[in-house]
Design a protein around this ligand. Sequence first.
Ligand SMILES: [Zn+2]
Ligand SMILES: [Zn+2]
Length: 309
Amino acid sequence: MLAFLNNTDLNSHNMEKYMTIIRDGFTGYWNYLLSEITHPSLHNYFYWLLALSLLVWSLELLLPWRKNQKAIRKDFWLDGFYMFFNFFLFSLIGFNALSNVCVELFSDFLALFGITNLVAIQIQSWPVWAQFLTMFLIADFIQWNTHRLLHRVPWLWEFHKLHHSVKEMGFAAHLRYHWMESIVYKSLQYLPLAMIGFGIQDFFVIHILTVFIGHINHANLNWTYGPLKYLLNNPQMHIWHHAKELPASRPYGVNFGISLSLWDYLFGTAYMPHSGRDIELGFPGDEEFPEDFGHQVVYPVKGKLKIMN
Ligand SMILES: [Zn+2]
Ligand SMILES: [Zn+2]
């Protein structure tokens, strides 16, 4: 193993491989984005995101919960930009290339120990719907835990504050978050999901479904789905997640659910004392939080940069 690590030829060969992955990651993603925009189809993220956004926005305008909230609420355009940035631009700028390199580095690392196959559980013989359901449940549970970590771990909370800095709630606040969150969420779910051998390659349907549920959860809509509220996250439940004032017994937050509310009811973090229509949103000290994209993105590291100077 040491001989392998010291072999410069092999190392430079590896470097070249990673550089190629980075280059292909950028150009591949750029070509992908261009063809998404120029080729509308049923299997197209760009147009699905656009269509779902218009649909949920129309629902907000037709059936508003807070009747005096403006159609173009505070930070509407900023959140719209975050939506496009987090869904497309961040991948273009580097996430695609970076994550491909990490996956390759990780499998090369495992190969050092003779591990070439991560799959521990095979479910590809299951019916497709059962595979989708399994994927959806596992991913949502991991995301619920990741979201709790974002609130519980101080340096992660510095990044997550951005999502909680929204003061007027609407569908576009769904994708108002720091790009670091994409890295945290994707990294934590990579290994558990890679250990399951799915027979399906294409998770487009799950992805679009979760975007739709997330948009609804942040929308200005008075929906709880009756008894289904114990299963599905909903706008009334999620607004309490954004409450500026938290119950004394839950100082790190409540209602961490992403698509499902089930985990919050199972593990005792559900909290809906009343409708919550007009509660103040934010977090203690949000008056100091920057208002524009550039300052918001550097906010979590700004204090540390000052120390270095
Ligand atoms: Zn949160
Ligand atoms: Zn939210």
